[in-house]
Ligand binder design. Structure first.
Ligand code: ADP
Ligand code: MG
Length: 577
């Protein structure tokens, strides 16, 4: 007796629906994408009860004639591709020809559509995949689709839907995403008859971002210069250094108009931000990639959110360069702003590293903090040496006002008040210094009087061997003894560690974590950042005036002065007005 048989179409559609239609937000996604593919300029979405009871999507796109409207509900019916070759270069959001039949098989479905030139429109009513009526209808040109009682015929699926609030927020997120991806299209979202989103067509991406997130959030973004590298075009906006979130929710990437997720790109962003991003934090991005559709496979999963690149390395490099370049360029602008002459005359500063004898100065004590002028005791002491004019490259006009809580240096510059986190600033300076040394001759190391032996697990030993070269350049002298034992005979000179073994274990832990979250390319730097950070100047070290001035000038000379190697901000500017 034969046991294999073909599934009836309605059942096959329900099976397919299991993949395409996960929840109300996926219905909205498919319908909105269809509207966009149909060239809509205005898309209106309405949901009730989280979309469980009713979803409606109305567009002013091309519409369909009756034959097409009927065909659109057949499985694997699509106007978007014709041949297998077309599948290799998808230019539309849809192409699988599955969404409409899938949705119609698990809901009470109504399609009303009309071509602009059509005499009459078409209305089709379907329940659980069975056509119940086909008649004239559809008044306005464009398409309206109503999806009621989602999963009414699949109680098990319906049970899996979450609370209305949760489903609603998924729909809202999805709408935000589509709105970002298509600034020129007007979007409306009605939630239980309340207007949740009303977006007029925007003339630019940043205008749409502003409409969605507000002026303040938009001011936290930097424009990414529109560049093409190896055929990969990158443009958009990314968060300034130090701007981050604890989840990927604001890490938005579009590829050829489609919002996507891809591990290669996640790495690329992290690498591009590198030390401008705190551990465990994610960047804020509105990044748009464009490339020949033949170089990317979007047919990985029915939801089309995942993509595969044919040349991941090129794509990654393009994104790393774009992000890093944007952050570096921003530094120039920032420096320029910092350098504008302050409204109050600034005290001339001794040149960093100049041969001037150090004036007799007291450390800034708590009682002197926040005095109007820097260094109140100066007049009482011996006559200070005449200040030498600062060299041109250090001509930043800032005035140190004092030190707050032994932690923040208070300064005045053109923009207003600047608070510098002394510890973070020091870490940044040391970090860049280390990196320079590492790239050149290596970090100076100091021999240990008594070489140290440490025992490591096989995995830990492997890590040390793998990164032997980096460690050597960092000034860590290491030799395997076999049997999981290592001899350590030198450490970086600048370290202030009382417990070298503890320091090494800390670094191994760091390496282990780093290797799982980032690419090997920047690994050495990451490790340095962490070790430097832990063993650099302590927050409560009291600095004297020349040291403070030096600190600020060194910081300003850094490549990425605005945050420490862990992405913590080094300064906070409090602007006038
Ligand atoms: P796909 O989008 O993968 O082609 P769908 O099942 O989503 O498959 O849609 C099937 C077809 O119906 C589309 O190819 C398109 O021709 C047509 N269609 C769907 N929605 C619309 C719409 N809003 N306006 C015009 N045509 C549409
Ligand atoms: Mg579609």
């Amino acid at each position: 007796m034969s046991r294999i048989h073909l599934l009836p179409d309605a059942v096959a559609s329900q099976v397919a629906a299991g993949e395409v239609v996960e929840r109300p937000a996926s219905v909205v996604k498919e319908l909105v994408e269809n509207s966009l593919d149909a060239g809509a300029r205005r898309i209106e979405v309405m949901i009730r009860r989280g979309g469980k009871s009713h979803i409606r999507v109305v567009d002013d796109g091309t519409g369909m004639d009756r034959d097409d409207a009927l065909l659109s509900l057949e499985r694997h019916a699509t106007s978007k591709i014709r041949t297998g070759a077309d599948l290799a270069a998808i230019r539309t959001l849809g192409f699988r020809g599955e969404a409409l039949p899938s949705i119609a098989s698990v809901s009470r479905f109504r399609l009303a559509t009309r071509e602009p030139a059509g005499l009459a429109g078409t209305e089709i009513v379907i329940s659980g995949g069975k056509i119940e009526a086909v008649r004239d209808g559809g008044d306005a040109p464009g398409t309206q689709i109503d999806v009621r009682s989602l999963f009414y015929n699949l109680p098990a699926r319906r049970k899996f839907l979450r609370a209305e609030r949760t489903e609603t927020s998924h729909v809202e997120q999805l709408m935000h995403l589509q709105a970002i991806g298509h600034p020129e299209v007007a979007f409306t979202l009605l939630i239980d008859d309340r207007v949740a989103l009303q977006l007029a067509p925007a003339s630019s991406l940043i205008e749409r971002i502003r409409d969605l997130t507000g002026h303040e959030a938009a001011a936290q973004l930097l424009p990414v210069a529109d560049t093409t590298r190896d055929g990969v075009r990158v443009r958009g906006y990314i968060g300034k250094p130090g701007v981050s979130r604890s989840s990927r929710s604001q890490q938005i990437i579009f590829l050829n108009g489609r919002a996507i997720e891809n591990p290669t790109l996640n790495f690329a962003l992290r690498e591009g931000y590198h030390t401008a991003l705190m551990k465990g934090q994610y960047p804020v991005t509105f990044l748009f990639l464009e490339m020949d559709p033949a170089r990317v496979d979007v047919n990985v999963h029915p939801s089309k959110r995942e993509v595969r690149f044919r040349e991941p390395r090129e794509v990654k490099e393009a994104v790393v360069r774009a992000v890093a370049g944007t952050l570096e360029a921003a530094r120039g602008d920032w420096r320029e702003q910092f350098d504008k002459a302050p409204s109050a005359p600034a005290t001339p500063l001794p040149a960093a590293g100049s041969a001037l004898p150090e004036p007799e100065l007291l450390p800034v004590a708590a009682s002197q903090e926040l005095r109007g002028d820097w260094w109140p005791d100066r007049a009482a002491g011996p006559a200070p040496p005449p200040p030498s004019p600062p060299p041109a490259e250090n001509a930043s006009d800032f005035r140190i006002l004092g030190v707050l809580g032994k932690l923040y240096v208070l300064m005045e510059n053109a923009g207003g008040l600047v608070l510098v986190d002394q510890h973070a600033a020091h870490e940044r300076i040391l970090f860049e210094e280390m990196r320079r040394q590492m790239e050149a001759q290596g970090v100076p190391s100091q021999r240990l009087l008594l070489p140290l032996t440490i025992r490591l697990s096989p995995r830990e030993g492997e890590l040390l061997t793998l990164h032997g070269e980096t460690l050597r350049k960092m000034g860590v002298g290491l030799e395997p003894f076999g049997g999981g034992t290592f001899k350590v005979d030198s450490l970086p000179q600048f370290l202030r560690v009382g417990d070298p073994a503890g320091f090494l274990h800390e670094m191994i832990a760091e390496l282990r974590e780093t290797s799982s979250r980032s690419s090997a390319l920047r690994l050495g730097e990451d490790v340095i950042a962490t070790t430097v950070c832990r063993h650099a100047v302590k927050a409560n070290d009291v600095l004297r005036e020349p040291e403070l001035v030096r600190l600020i000038q060194d910081l300003l000379a850094c490549e990425l002065p605005y945050c420490c190697p862990h992405g913590r901000p080094t300064m906070i500017q409090i602007s006038y007005g």
